[in-house]
Unconditional design. Structure first.
Length: 396
């Protein structure tokens, strides 16, 4: 039975109307959240159900509501990576890289852009929201409540790296929020008075449900399993309701993202290899893409095959690429002595970034002659002044 036929059977068995699937993978019991403040989520003016610190929101504007017991504010970490979230829910102390005063920032205009500042490997800034009298720059609505306040912050985009990305472009991407109250220094947490955590699933389902649906499907299509096990897997998948189909769709989508990102990295590495091979016969100097594609034009005595195929430089698999030349040799005498091409370069970087962030990829890449290929979360190529930026994290 093909996967298409299997999904058709599953759909036929699913009852009308939405249903919540029970998680197949139970998480370890999290630490209790602080009672010193309250976090809520609304969409279209209606509260959304938060279950086990998780909430599903549509890719449309939503509101975060914070109720604080006093004027002291709350630090907010927003990230696609779950590390800080897992620290929060475990009850363990936060580390220096997670919460410290030197990385805390606050908006100067009253939530003008309706965004959240997402932390990346090179930009670990935090939001800081408080309810100081006469200062509503963190919220678009602030109401006094006893000794504290209740603030509403509308969100319709994320500020990632150096640009704002609309929620509509963040399909099926869980977003982890951690809220911290206490005293910070440049060396980290001095005193903690409260914490809470929340994962936002944008038009998707929790990882546990995706894992369960994937497991049922794998059992269903495994011809080596007894028929009763495969039938049981089919019933389990059908029992997950529409959430099961959405989970399978999310798994497929994310696999496509990973494949596109891997293809982009492979193209960058092909360019690095081509440059290294070219430099070996060009006095140790690199050159621009035209010389790699048609080497005879730059090195007339060369009679071999091209060093690179045009495809590696083109927009393919949803990723754009760009070659950024570095400095030229300091003198023509150096080029002549090395018997190198007149267009020789001493350095370069090459970058790749998603054509449509959130749909064709989540990460942007940079590579240089050292052989390093690195990435950042976001849509902007991590290169500056002819170098891969320090915030760029090595691809494993």
């Amino acid at each position: 039975m093909s996967r298409v036929m299997i999904l058709a059977v599953v759909l036929a068995l699913i009852p009308a109307g939405p249903s919540w699937a029970q998680s197949a993978a139970k998480k370890a019991a999290p630490a209790p959240a602080s009672r010193s403040f309250k976090v809520e989520v609304e969409q279209e003016g209606k509260p959304l159900a938060i279950k086990d610190h998780e909430v599903i929101v549509r890719r449309e504007p939503f509101a975060l509501l914070l109720t604080l017991p006093d004027k002291t504010g709350v630090f907010v970490s927003v990230s696609f990576e779950p590390d800080i979230y897992e620290t929060a829910r475990s009850g363990k102390p936060f580390g220096k890289a997670e919460f410290r005063s030197a990385i805390a920032g606050a908006e100067g205009v009253a939530n003008k852009h309706h965004d959240l500042m997402a932390r990346t490997p090179g930009d670990d800034r935090l939001h800081f929201w408080d309810c100081s009298p006469g200062d509503d720059s963190r919220f678009d609505q602030l109401t006094a409540q006893g000794a504290g306040c209740r603030g509403r912050r509308t969100v319709d985009s994320l500020f990632i790296g150096d640009e704002s990305v609309a929620l509509a472009k963040l399909l099926r991407r869980p977003l982890h929020l951690v809220f911290f109250r206490g005293t910070l220094s440049g060396d980290g947490v001095v005193k903690e008075t409260g914490r809470d955590w929340l994962t936002l699933y944008l038009d998707t389902v929790p990882d546990s449900q995706k894992a369960a649906a994937k497991g049922h499907l794998e059992a269903l299509v495994d011809a080596s399993r007894p028929m009763d096990q495969r039938e049981a897997a089919l019933q389990s998948l059908a029992g997950m309701g529409r959430q099961g189909i959405q989970a399978l769709d999310a798994v497929t989508f994310e696999a496509g993202i990973r494949a596109r990102e891997a293809a982009a990295v492979a193209d960058l590495r092909a360019i690095l290899s081509a440059e290294a091979a070219y430099a070996a016969g060009n006095g140790g100097f690199f050159d621009g893409p035209p010389c790699l594609l048609e080497p005879q034009k730059c090195r007339p005595k060369y009679s071999g095959a091209p060093f690179l195929a045009m495809r590696a430089l083109e927009t393919t698999n949803g990723y754009k690429k760009l070659f950024l030349p570095g400095p030229v040799p300091p003198s023509s005498d150096e080029i002549k002595k090395a018997k190198a091409s007149s267009s020789s370069l001493k350095d370069y970087v090459v970058v790749a970034w998603p054509e449509t962030f959130g749909e064709t990829g989540y990460r942007a890449f940079c590579a240089d002659p050292s052989g390093k290929v690195c990435f950042v979360e976001g849509a902007s190529p991590p290169a500056k002044n002819g170098r891969c930026e320090t915030r760029c994290k090595p691809v494993e």
